[in-house]
Structures are given as C-alpha cells and as structure tokens.
Unconditional design. Structure first.
Length: 230
C-alpha cells in the first residue's frame, strides 16, 4: 500500500493549500509547517467566545465556536478559497474533523441532536456545484457520529447585495427574511448544531437562528464555523 501511495503521489503530486509546497505521502492538504502554524481559536466553555458574542442577540443559543481566525492578509485564507471557490471542498471536511476533535474533548457536542449546514440558494448551488457547509458538517459527523439533516431549512435568496464593504446595519438588513423552515415538527424541542464556513458580523446566521426561533417551539441552537474574521 505504501508503494502504491508513493507511485500515485509521484504521478499526481499534491500541494499544500496554504504555501503551495509539494506534500509528502504522509501529509494531507497542508504541509507540516503550515499545519503547526494554523491560527486556531481555542475554545473554553468557562468564558464567552467571540463567536458567541456575535450571536448573543438571538434567543436559545447554547454554545458557539469557530476553528480558525480568518485574516485577509494571511495565506491561511487560501484554505477558505479552496473550500468555496477553487473546487476543493474536501479540505472543509478535513479541517472540520480537526475542529470536532478539539471541541469534542471540551464537551461542545454534549446533547446535540443533529447538524444542519447553512443552506445555499438553488442558483448558488447550481453555480458552485456543491454546498461547502455540507462538507464541513460531514467532517463533524465523521468524528461525532451526529446525523446531518440537509433539507430542514431552505434559503430563498442570497443576501440582497454583496456584503463586502457594507456597514453593520446594512449587512443585518440584507440578511433578513431569507430562510424558511420546511417542516418545524421534527425540530421541536431539539438541540441542533448550525454549521457555516466564515463568521464575519453574524448577520446571516442570526437571520437563520431568528427564523428557527420563530418557527420551531423549544428549539436550542449551537453554532460551529470553520473560521471567524479578526
């Protein structure tokens, strides 16, 4: 098997998704140097995380955490580019397994019933070909065994204008009313884990959480994002 892996790696070389260095057979997605240097956000259940601070405007939030700090000046942002735009969504699953192991040790997934990835609109899904949040959700599933529910919520439209460069109030206004719960009954009284890729202001996630709170009795919500802006 090692010989086969070596031959495959020679014929189809793989490269680090951060620095671009050729990967060895034992390395996956990132070289060891970039892996060690990952800008990890440490989770401590005894203190309020920045992710939780951004989402506190909504009711029934149990806990929330992000794996990485996202800095637009850092080469580590390329991980998100590979996930969303460059056709390598499997890196999202791999990164999510790292996050799930760390958070699992801290009791983050205690009493969570299932995972819901943030949905895309049909137009965006056709254009991209996949929902990157589904890959993140599946990475968490591999570690925790929690089921993933893909079609509990739909997204009618994207945020009404491009979010980049907008003020906080505009971002929140753009995100209102864009989600719909398909069937509230299976979610009643459940503790769900919402999964997203990058958390900036929290406007989109808060819109979804607000919709869930309005539509589903006694729901509780936790949140995991692959990254959070600094």
């Amino acid at each position: 098997m090692k010989i086969l892996s070596s031959v495959t790696d020679f014929l189809l070389p793989r490269y680090c998704k951060v620095c671009g260095r050729r990967l060895s057979v034992s390395e996956e997605h990132l070289c060891i140097g970039c892996y060690i240097g990952l800008p990890i956000v440490e989770y401590d259940f005894r203190t309020l995380s920045r992710t939780e601070t951004l989402l506190l405007s909504e009711r029934n939030i149990v806990r929330a955490s992000s794996l990485l700090q996202y800095d637009k000046e850092s080469d580590y942002r390329k991980i998100l580019f590979h996930l969303k735009y460059w056709g390598h969504p499997e890196v999202g699953s791999w990164m999510a397994t790292i996050g799930a192991r760390k958070l699992g040790d801290a009791g983050f997934f205690v009493d969570v019933d299932f995972i819901i990835p943030l949905p895309l609109t049909r137009r965006r899904l056709r254009k991209r070909g996949y929902n990157q949040c589904m890959y993140i959700a599946n990475g968490i599933r591999k570690v925790t065994g929690l089921p993933v529910v893909e079609h509990a919520v739909i997204r009618h439209e994207d945020n009404r204008s491009h979010q980049a460069g907008l003020g906080l109030f505009q971002r929140w206004s753009n995100a209102q009313g864009i989600f719909q719960v398909i069937d509230p009954e299976p979610l009643r009284g459940k503790h769900i884990l919402l999964v997203d890729d990058v958390l900036t202001t929290g406007s989109t996630l808060c819109s979804l959480i607000g919709t869930l709170n309005q539509s589903v009795p006694d729901i509780r919500v936790s949140v995991f994002t692959l990254a959070i802006t600094i």
